[in-house]
Write a protein that binds this ligand. Structure first.
Ligand code: COA
Length: 320
């Protein structure tokens, strides 16, 4: 499988750390030094569907594939205002697609999970051209009176078109049983037989524990996937890691003893956009010529659950 088209979209509204300090007991220096995040884009006038469509149309246009030739749509999304239909179903008609679709909730690792599934669909001949859309609005899960979580996230969407070709070399997915460190609960309707005792609860996060799990599990995944492919950290040209916190990326980089230039980041501009983060990074680097033809990339992501995913691929240049 190889990536033949990329796209991304962000909300217009840019929110700085100083703007947050206007209503939260926080500061630009605390957020910047603990996370690396300086601004984030938050949905205000647009919807998540608008972002997803913009990213998807850009990815389709850059791939050169016609919408009618896309035969599967995988949509990575943790939650949006619809439980049903899926976000993928909502996107089909405006994109001019007529193909099977489903939403996948792999938390912040959802894009790597989607790529792994797309790879197996291509290998079994189930599809030829697959559109993957990762669209997330994590800002809607947070309690905006709580400084521990709300400063971390941003909204955004990314899309990739994948097709048969020489690109992805290997995947490694994991799932652990740490559901208590990061969760967001929605309430269901009451029935005559089951009253609702619990209310909807905004995102709950044990930040220190998530930090620890993120670093240890990503290092474990990266070490394992490199070893499995008889590679060392030096064989990777760029590490595209989930953009949650600069310090998490730094800890992983120091373990791998690799130079900082190999770890591009954009969380300083967008915050943590959940499963969209690596896709947005790929789109930006590719469009600005920073992904060289033949470069070896390593993707690694982690998220609530606790799930993680890593992949190694050789990049083929896309002409925009
Ligand atoms: N502004 C100012 N102070 C804040 C704050 C904020 N936004 N958020 C927390 N604090 C305070 C805490 O209340 C605590 O105060 P105390 O010492 O008086 O109790 C202090 O800062 C230190 O808190 P701590 O939790 O130890 O900070 P930290 O260095 O671990 O950084 C996170 C906190 C959340 C930035 C960090 O743990 C993290 O990034 N974790 C991973 C989160 C993540 O990636 N989640 C998404 C996963 S997909």
């Amino acid at each position: 499988m190889k990536i033949t088209g990329t796209g991304s979209a962000l909300p217009e509204k840019v929110v700085t750390n100083d703007m947050l300090a206007g209503f939260l007991d926080t500061s630009d220096s605390w957020i910047t030094s603990r996370t690396g995040i300086r601004t984030r884009h938050l949905l205000s006038t647009e919807t998540l569907t608008d972002l997803a469509l913009k990213a998807a149309n850009a990815a389709i246009a850059s791939s050169g594939v016609q919408p009618e030739d896309i035969d599967y749509l995988i949509c990575s999304n943790v939650a949006n205002s619809y439980v049903s239909p899926s976000l993928g179903s909502i996107l089909l008609a405006p994109l001019g697609l007529c193909c099977p679709t489903f939403d996948l909730n792999g938390a912040c690792a959802g894009l790597v999970y989607s790529l792994d599934i797309a790879d197996s669909f291509l290998k079994t001949g189930r599809a030829k051209n697959i559109l993957i859309v990762a669209a997330e609005e994590p800002s809607r899960f947070c309690n905006w009176h709580e400084r521990e979580t709300s400063v971390l996230f941003g909204d955004g969407a990314a899309a990739l078109v994948v097709t048969e070709g020489e690109g992805f070399k290997d995947f490694l997915l994991t799932a652990d049983t740490h559901t208590e460190v990061l969760y967001y609960k929605r309430s269901l309707e009451e029935t005559p037989y089951d009253r609702l005792d619990e209310k909807t609860e905004p995102l709950v996060m044990n930040g220190r524990e998530v930090f620890r799990l993120a670093v240890t599990s990503c290092i474990d995944d990266i070490d394992k996937i490199l070893e499995k492919n008889n590679m060392s950290g030096h064989d990777i040209d760029l590490y595209l890691l989930h953009q949650a916190n600069f310090r998490i990326i730094e800890s992983i980089r120091q373990h791998l003893e690799q130079p900082r230039e190999k770890f591009p980041t954009n969380m300083q501009n967008y915050g943590n956009t959940s499963s969209a983060s690596i896709g947005i990074l790929i789109d930006e680097l590719s469009r600005t010529g920073q992904l060289k033809d033949g470069a070896t990339l390593l993707l690694s992501a982690f998220g609530g659950g606790f799930v993680t995913g890593a992949a190694i691929l050789k990049w083929s240049q896309i002409n925009y």
